[in-house]
Ligand binder design. Structure first.
Ligand code: C2O
Length: 442
């Protein structure tokens, strides 16, 4: 459907209230079900939801308090709920074969013994995750901790998640799953290119690339830099200035933007310079509509990261799209162990995207977004050079352009069990670009 940009106010996904709270655990319940929502102004789209909202409701968790989520599958397809970025036991990881069948339910347990970070939950059912996530099965899961709460960063109404993803909405409202070059609509928090009325002060923006199959390159149209404060795995040690944010599917970047540099009445557009020439670049318009006091600050020192793992085990991975979606020449087989390791093993993984650069866009399918379950990693090198700002902090997903090589370091754990690594372009993982890693007890 043809659309007019900035027709919707930006919604913020609602925070789910726990059903009950014990001394140790917050208990939640959600129903996965179809729902009719307005994505493009004036059209009704049937989507697959967590609990009736698109995206799903946000769970706010605290370090040291466990969360339990009972998920009911009222859909007509299988679903498996994975907490992306979650350090969870294997049986609660939402493995591809470990599905909730239609009519069934399952309780997932999340220990939250990890540092503050912006996570998300989404479907991971075998071969279905790309379409299920695209159709709406994704939501946010935010963990806070004492260290983060002490910082004077913008909070409350000034700490806002922006879940960015593409879509194709037909003129009858149908949300159609198709390749990204046929998905001209950019959504933020479920609405097509909304506007957001902001006060002239600092905001913390938690950016997510929830696209099934495309990268985005975000910048403010007037060139104002972002102050990045966090990556996939939470706060960086120090803030870094970024002019443009290249984000592959699954990645998170948190920034602070100070709108006090604008006059009341001005607007600034967040744009995607990675849009195709046939697409509009606008993603979101910030309308500065009021003055405000602002006691928030971005401290020069944000956090202390755990030391970079010193790997002793080295492994190599090659990702290919042609002639089939593979890692090291094979497609995912749930019965085959691709990597066997032990809790506490520190490793260096070299990952290569063997795709050659394309002659012209669209080139989305030639990018890979390498993601590991259970364990965060550090990016050591990109194309033989020390990792730059794009790769700073703790990561669980790393971008690989055509022909690129990255070296990452991680320590496997804290739990033993069966986990996954895969490309987070979800058409690629659904197509088999995924491996099984079994972590044995030490
Ligand atoms: Cu967000 Cu295995 O994925």
């Amino acid at each position: 459907a043809e659309t007019v940009p900035f027709a919707h106010a930006l919604p913020v996904p609602k925070t789910l209230a726990p059903l009950s709270r014990s001394a140790t655990t917050d208990v939640y319940e959600m129903r996965m079900r179809e729902a009719d929502v307005e994505i493009v102004k004036g059209l009704t789209s049937r989507v697959r939801t967590f609990d009736g909202t698109f995206p799903g409701p946000t769970i706010k968790a605290c370090h040291g308090r466990a969360v339990e989520v009972r998920q009911y599958n009222d859909l007509t397809v299988n679903a498996a709920v994975h907490l992306h970025g979650g350090e969870v036991h294997s049986e609660h990881d939402g493995l591809p074969m470990d599905v909730i069948e239609p009519g069934g339910n399952r309780t997932y347990h999340y220990p939250n013994k990890q540092r503050a970070a912006s996570l998300w939950y989404h479907d991971h059912a075998h071969h279905l995750e790309a379409e299920n996530v695209y159709k709406g099965l994704h939501g946010l899961y935010l963990i806070s901790d004492a260290e983060e709460k002490k910082l004077p960063l913008p909070r409350g109404a000034f700490d806002v998640p922006l879940v960015i993803r593409d879509a194709r909405v037909e003129s009858d409202g149908t949300l159609r799953y198709t390749r990204p070059s046929d998905c001209p609509h950019m959504l933020v928090n479920g609405k097509e290119r909304p506007y957001f009325k902001v006060a002239a002060r600092k905001y913390r923006l938690r950016l997510y690339n929830a696209c099934a199959n495309r990268y985005i390159r975000l910048r403010l149209a007037d060139g104002t830099p972002f102050t990045q404060i966090a990556s996939d795995g939470g706060l960086l040690e120090r803030p870094v200035q970024r002019d443009e944010l290249l984000m592959l599917g699954g990645e998170r970047v948190e920034v602070v933007v100070d709108f006090s540099r604008y006059a009341v009445g001005q607007s600034v557009v967040l744009e995607n310079t990675g849009a195709l020439p046939t697409e509009r670049p606008e993603v979101l318009r910030f309308d500065i509509d009021r003055r405000s006091t602002d006691n928030s600050e971005v401290p020069a020192r944000l956090s202390t990261l755990p030391p970079v793992p010193r790997g002793t085990v080295e492994r190599d991975f090659e990702l290919r799209t042609f002639p089939a979606m593979t890692i090291n020449g094979v497609s995912y087989d749930p019965d085959r162990v691709d990597v066997a390791t032990t809790v506490g093993s520190s490793e260096i993984w070299t990952i290569r995207n063997v795709e050659a650069p394309p002659a012209a866009p669209p080139d989305f399918h030639l990018y890979h977004s390498f993601h590991t379950h259970l364990t965060y990693f550090r990016v050591l090198e990109r194309n033989g050079k020390p990792a730059g700002v794009q790769d700073s902090g703790l990561k669980d997903t790393v971008c690989l352009g055509p022909g690129e090589t990255v070296k990452i370091a991680m320590t496997w754990g804290p739990y033993a069990g069966q986990y996954l690594y895969h490309c987070h372009q979800l058409g690629h993982s659904s197509g088999g670009q995924m491996g099984r890693i079994d972590i044995n007890p030490a």
